[in-house]
Design a protein around this ligand. Sequence first.
Ligand SMILES: [Mn+2]
Length: 464
Amino acid sequence: MKPFSKETYIQRRAELKKRVGNGLLLFLGNGEVGMNYADNAYRFRQDSSFLYYFGGDYAGLAAVIDIENDKEIIFGNELTIDDIVWMGYQPTIKEKSEVVGIYETRPLGDLDSYVKQAQAKGQTIHFLPPYRGEHQVWLQELLGINPAEQAAKASVTMIKAIVDMRNHKTPEEIEHIEAAIDVSVDMHLAAYREVRPGKTEAQIAAAVEQTVMSQDCFRSFPTIATTKGQTLHQHAFMNTLQDGDIFLLDAGAEDPLHYAGDLSSSMPVSEKFTEQQAMIYNLHLKTFQAAVDTLAPGVPFKQAHLNAATVLCEGMKEIGLMKGDPKEAAYSGAYAIFFPCGLGHMMGLDVHDMENLGEQYVGYPEGVKKSTQFGFKSLRLARPLEPGFVFTVEPGIYFIPELIDKWQAEKQFTDFICYDKLDAWKGFTGLRNELDYLITEDGARVLGHKKKPMTIEEVYAAKG
Ligand SMILES: [Mn+2]
């Protein structure tokens, strides 16, 4: 797929300038980070806001949009002959900047004096909250702000403008997201094919990552490939798959422009689910459908979360693990014993889009604070949905022995939870599915051209 034209980047910066109105917007690109020594670096990943406004997918850059002086400058150092000997020839910073419509470039060392002059003239310096240590050091050098105070002094005006722009995906962004999702579906199909007793989690993860790398993409986050799905983000691969286990995969690709896909699947390690597993899997599909049926412009995502939780409580009541009014059980937060996370999150250039800018700005409307209650506090997205929003839907059902024991000891929600019956379920582990959705003018649609298995029949067919 083609990269975006320079007009895309020019328009994005023009829109940002208009929204912020004044001052100097400072963007720090990411650098190389050594794993154990400087030249043995982690895989390079550019900052997503930098990618969004300046393209520039390489280390050692910064950029400014100087609104008062009507300047857009990329700061970076040209390669030396030593760099070229070790890393090969690359186009110059000037050449790489012109493809995003930036015609002024300067050495990185000039950034300091540029920013200090702007400060001396009384210009407001807008910057984003840093998430890397070297940016904290850099901001301290440039602006004299202590790392501990940088997040609080970051520009709320700049954050809000960027969040609002990046939250609304354009058709050309959606093409890239769908390309990433298609590769993500292939990653999951590899797992459905490979999962069987005797294989290790590491072998399945390897098949999944072989699939993504062979399509010129990279994973959008560390793969979760586990038979201990009750642990929501289990990143270790330490188990051998056994007959009767549920295998859970949460994995996705990012495409060459770094747009993400994020999918989850749950499947039996044996040929078929046990009767008990099939019952919980089908209840999970009902919660999924309840969530999806809620998605529409103007409807808060929190409502989709609550509707899924209500269906979960209805099902748990039928099974005999809950009692009382299911809707009350959902709205009170009792559901969280089986579903302690949120229903989903925004997705774009980051798999949890713009989490570095603050979930409060990304996922919640002005004036609505995120709950601190267990369960609801993990809901990253709650706001009314708008056309162009792209997000995940990923309800799950988890039996977490430590959580069950803790709540039982504390006598939490005894009107709703049948603790005496839960003992027998502590070894169930957990399951979820996850798909990615776009809000349209009149509803919502699932993203991607390839279909990930969802129903039990589809799961068995994919296992082959
Ligand atoms: Mn997700």
